[in-house]
Design a binder for this molecule. Structure first.
Ligand SMILES: Nc1ncnc2c1ncn2[C@@H]1O[C@H](COP(=O)(O)OP(=O)(O)OP(=O)(O)O)[C@@H](O)[C@H]1O
Ligand SMILES: [Mg+2]
Length: 315
């Protein structure tokens, strides 16, 4: 029996406002400063991920909540433009769409977040039939979803019973607690996508390679994202690394989410793991070439063309 969707994710619906150039450090005493530039665009790890899977041609649906405001409309509009099914994003009068305001200076960012719609979805409002209609479920922003997080063991147990495969990108834990709960879901995860710091924190190891081997004992398909160093994974007991291509980086917002999506495009199409990692790297790298999380994302035809250029063979 065919499934209606390739990918489902619970969305951390929000907007990113990125401020850069000039003196971006605010000063109290009502000082006014002039900044060089800003970008306003859809944010949210899961929604950025969903845009990328949809652009690669995977049938993608997002479950979530949005405020009845212009930011909520912006998020839904951007998702639709990418081809994401947004009918399960519930617009609510009683909440505001979340925002992340990032002050960008050199390679660093200071971020102020208003949670709002990011963590407004209640477990009772999750349409379970949508999850069972998908081939794959992706979890992002695990540590930001306080309402849903305690229910993930139940939700993932259900998903697995319905033949849904699962990937996890925890992203950063703002409380830096890391462990205590995540152990209850790792058994359901088929693909784990931490970056280096997240992996070491979750595995309670200083050394990345040791942490990776430890993670692989639980989730053999653990792929570690290493920023401009690319990524690494374990293949037949041996650690392999895949480098990135040279790009002009504007900002790295959403690079990890684009990586996850590129990898899963390959994996859900039955490609070998190394190829999947290469696709992840290409999607991650190219996403850094434009401001914000989604403008630099590749469509499937771009990915095929760039893959051919880089690897001198068809994807
Ligand atoms: N400076 C860069 N140059 C080229 N490619 C990059 C760069 N930064 C990131 N990438 C690509 O994006 C992928 C994911 O980036 P990163 O390691 O920053 O993940 P992350 O920490 O999960 O990101 P995010 O901030 O989206 O959560 C990398 O594996 C790499 O392929
Ligand atoms: Mg990340």
């Amino acid at each position: 029996m065919g499934k209606k969707y390739d990918v489902v994710t619970i969305g951390d619906v929000c907007v990113d406002i990125m401020i850069s150039g000039g003196d971006v450090e605010p000063e109290f005493n009502q000082k006014e400063k002039v900044i060089g530039n800003y970008v306003v665009d859809m944010g949210g790890s899961c929604t950025i991920f969903a845009c990328q899977t949809a652009k690669l041609g995977l049938k993608t649906v997002v479950i979530g909540t949005a405020g009845c405001d212009i930011f909520g409309k912006l998020v839904i509009e951007r998702l639709k433009e990418a081809g994401v099914d947004t009918r399960y994003i519930f617009e609510r009068e009683d909440i505001k769409t979340g925002i992340g305001i990032a002050l960008c200076k050199d390679r660093d960012r200071a971020i102020l977040t208003y949670i709002g719609s990011i963590d407004a979805l209640e477990f009772k409002d999750v349409p379970l039939e949508v999850i069972s209609q998908a081939k794959h479920m992706h979890i992002g922003s695990y540590y930001l979803m306080n309402k849903i997080r305690p229910h993930f063991p139940e939700l993932l147990n259900f998903a697995k019973q319905q033949g849904v495969s699962v990937s996890l990108d925890t992203n950063w834990d703002p409380n830096e607690k890391w462990t205590g709960e995540i152990e209850n879901i790792l058994q359901y995860v088929d693909v784990f996508f931490p970056n280096e710091n997240e992996l070491c924190a979750i595995m309670q190891e200083q050394n990345t390679e040791k942490a990776l081997k430890k993670a692989c004992e639980i989730i053999p398909l653990t792929i570690v994202k290493l920023g401009n160093e690319g990524s690494m994974f374990v293949d037949g007991g041996v650690i392999k690394r895949v480098k990135v291509i040279d790009v002009d980086v504007v900002d790295t917002v959403g690079a990890g989410d684009a990586f996850d999506a590129g990898f899963l495009y390959g994996w859900l199409n039955g490609m070998p793991v190394e190829r999947c990692v290469e696709l992840g790297n290409l999607c991650g790298s190219l996403s850094t070439t434009k401001g914000g999380g989604i403008q630099g994302q590749l469509w499937l035809h771009d990915l095929k063309r760039i893959f051919q250029d880089v690897y001198q063979k068809p994807m």
